[in-house]
Ligand binder design. Structure first.
Ligand SMILES: [Zn+2]
Length: 397
């Protein structure tokens, strides 16, 4: 069995702790890095990507019956315009193409498989949307009971797409960060395995995003990877994937990592810019990028450590730029939710400031489909014409 290691003080653990974090320093744990991973020479369309990368998951019993065909999402090169002169290539990793239309499915699968291996019959999560739908769907697929804790004020229209999978849904009044730790503690007492945002075995699933990008670029590591960052789980998983490729001798270097946030909720950017080692909780916040609206990210400090280790950056973007880049992506044929547009908006900001090197390859992660939050459409002007059928000929001329 692989050990868990503290991301901050390197203390080793055989099992997940009571809090799911380090007992000494309270920072998040991660599964010890794989140093002898191999990419299988198989046909991923038939066996799925988790079997292709199975040697990076020695602790999981990869049960095909639980998979919904997660991953294998498109990497699409887009033309932005301003990058041409400098030879910069921009790519969008479209995670909205997952079974429940967000990146969460990769981590839900690994978290669920770990829960099953530990003998749990019930899983749960604390979420504002994407992760709730993902956990509910995978629990339904695996025949496990899901307990989903959502914020009391969560809109009714967001409840339906979670409830359709048949989970136990509980609206909880109170502080979201407290709910995160309470769910893990109470879950352990009640035999419910909570696969929260940065749970070690959820983070593992996001390594596959890195493996896919590497393969989709023809066995190359991109120069920059920009990740919309909330709790920090996806950021950590993608970094770990590239790290394990490097440790295993499959790649020869690491990308530079950039966390993108909305200016309206930017605790990691604030800490990065002030040179602080710790993320401070924001008391006032608000952004249209709801999916990354986390005022006190549980893996925020680890994201800061990873950014600084690799010479990376944390960048925030204005509301109008989020909407603007949602529009730009739609014009490129990709409809994303507002949070997903922050990565491209950050790329644009950095290119304009001359902070992206010439002739480099930049991968922007687009975390979820725009259909998950259609309310954002009200921020766009969508012209519609109408006419009688007799007038149509004239109109189309
Ligand atoms: Zn520690």
């Amino acid at each position: 069995m692989n050990k868990l290691v503290c991301t901050n003080c390197n203390e080793l653990y055989n099992e997940e702790t009571e809090t799911g974090r380090c007992s000494s320093c309270d920072e998040p744990l991660e599964v010890e890095a794989i140093t002898d991973g191999k990419i299988a020479d198989d046909f991923p369309m038939e066996n799925g990507i988790f079997n292709r990368y199975a040697s990076f998951f020695p602790f999981l019993d990869l049960d095909k019956a639980v998979s919904l065909g997660e991953g294998a999402t498109p990497l699409v090169q887009i033309d932005y315009g301003i990058e041409d002169a400098k030879g910069i290539k921009l790519y969008i990793k479209n995670e909205g193409m997952n079974p429940t239309w967000s990146f969460k499915d990769r981590g839900t699968l690994t978290g669920l498989l770990h829960a099953k291996a530990k003998g749990y019959k019930k899983i749960g999560t604390v979420s504002t949307g994407n992760m709730a739908a993902s956990v509910a769907a995978y629990a339904a697929r695996a025949g496990l009971q899901a307990t989903i804790l959502v914020k009391e004020e969560m809109a009714e229209e967001k409840i339906g797409p979670i409830g359709i999978y048949g989970p136990r849904l509980i609206r909880v009044k109170g502080n979201y960060r407290t709910l995160y730790s309470e769910s893990i503690r109470l879950g352990k007492e009640n035999d419910i395995y909570f696969i929260n945002s940065d749970a070690p075995y959820r983070v593992e699933g996001y390594k596959t995003t890195a493996f896919e990008i590497f393969e989709q670029l023809g066995g190359k590591v991109p120069d920059y990877v920009i990740v919309p960052t909330s709790a920090g789980g996806n950021f950590r998983g993608i970094e770990k994937g590239f790290r394990e490729l490097y440790f295993s001798g499959i790649s020869s270097r690491m990308p530079t990592f950039i966390a993108s946030q909305a200016k309206g909720c930017n605790p990691i950017v604030r800490a990065f810019e002030s040179g602080s080692e710790e993320v401070q909780q924001l008391n006032e916040f608000g952004t249209i990028a709801h999916a990354i609206e986390n005022p006190y990210p549980p893996s925020g400090n680890q994201v800061l450590r990873l950014i600084r280790k690799n010479g990376g950056m944390a960048v925030d973007v204005e509301e109008e730029d989020i909407i603007g880049h949602q529009r730009i992506l739609a014009k490129a044929g990709i409809f994303v939710q507002p949070a997903s547009a922050t990565s491209l908006a950050a790329a644009y900001k950095l290119m304009a400031e001359g902070k992206i090197d010439s002739n480099s390859e930049v991968v922007c992660i687009a975390t979820a489909s725009g259909l998950k939050f259609t309310e954002s459409l009200k921020h766009h002007t969508i012209p519609v014409e109408s006419c009688n059928i007799e007038e149509l000929e004239k109109r189309l001329r």
